[in-house]
Design a protein around this ligand. Structure first.
Ligand code: TYD
Length: 214
């Protein structure tokens, strides 16, 4: 089974990914946790190019192609082989991030991006996508706090440095895209406490696991 997590910066994805990994592990499943950008060897190089403030002058098209390159490599080298081995794969961000950030955020056509994703993802599509929904003000506050703890300057990430308007478009974009893809999206209110969010999430995963047995 392939599960992806989506949401704005600071929505708490990494905590939920960790909780889910531990839970699935406790059921005896072999789990691979991975992320985008940067889930493969080549991808790590692309990630540092994509997130560095040094590349502030990157065009939105160049940015798009780097994310797609990262995904193509990630799918073929990491995700597909793991799924073939019978592992459950959890990815912190995947194809929907491109539709939402480059589409709703940067103003490119979401439907064209979706088609480009079909090529990059080579038919590997998640069964469930969790969207952790949070107002951007709250997310950015959390992201800044996290950066402070890790001693990273707020201006160091290209996306953290974007204005509130950008993050509002991203949040709205996620909600719209999730509504258009109800078959696999599960939208969770990420403003509550971590464990109640995880309760709701676990319920959905359990349902999917039961279905998988038939
Ligand atoms: P990361 O530090 O992993 O952020 P987070 O902790 O919020 O996941 O940075 C990933 C950034 O890249 C994030 O701001 C979203 C952006 N992104 C895109 O714009 N398009 C994409 O296709 C992907 C995968 C990520």
């Amino acid at each position: 089974m392939f599960i992806t997590f989506e949401g704005i910066e600071g929505c708490g994805k990494s905590t939920q990914v960790r909780l889910l990994r531990d839970y699935l592990g406790s059921l005896g499943l072999e789990v691979l946790v991975t992320k985008e950008p940067g889930g493969s060897r080549l991808g790590k190089k692309l990630r540092s190019m994509l997130l560095s403030m040094e590349n502030k002058d990157i065009t939105r098209e160049a940015e798009l192609f780097l994310y797609l390159a990262d995904r193509a490599q990630h799918v073929q080298q990491v995700i597909r082989p793991a799924l073939k081995d019978g592992r459950t794969v959890i990815s912190d961000r995947y194809a929907d991030s491109t539709v939402v950030y480059q589409g709703y955020g940067r103003g490119m056509d979401p439907d064209i991006l979706n088609r480009m994703n079909l090529l990059a993802a080579a038919g590997v599509w998640p069964e469930i996508t969790f969207l952790l929904d949070l107002p951007p003000e709250a997310g950015l506050e959390r992201a800044m706090k996290r950066n402070k703890e890790k001693n990273i300057a707020a201006s160091e990430g290209r996306f953290e440095a974007e204005g509130l308007d950008f993050h509002r478009r991203v949040r709205q974009g996620y909600l719209e895209w999730a509504a258009r893809n109800r078959n696999r999206f599960v939208v969770l209110d990420a403003s509550g406490d971590e464990l109640s969010i995880f309760e709701a999430l676990r319920e959905k995963v359990n349902q999917a696991l039961r279905l998988e047995q038939f």
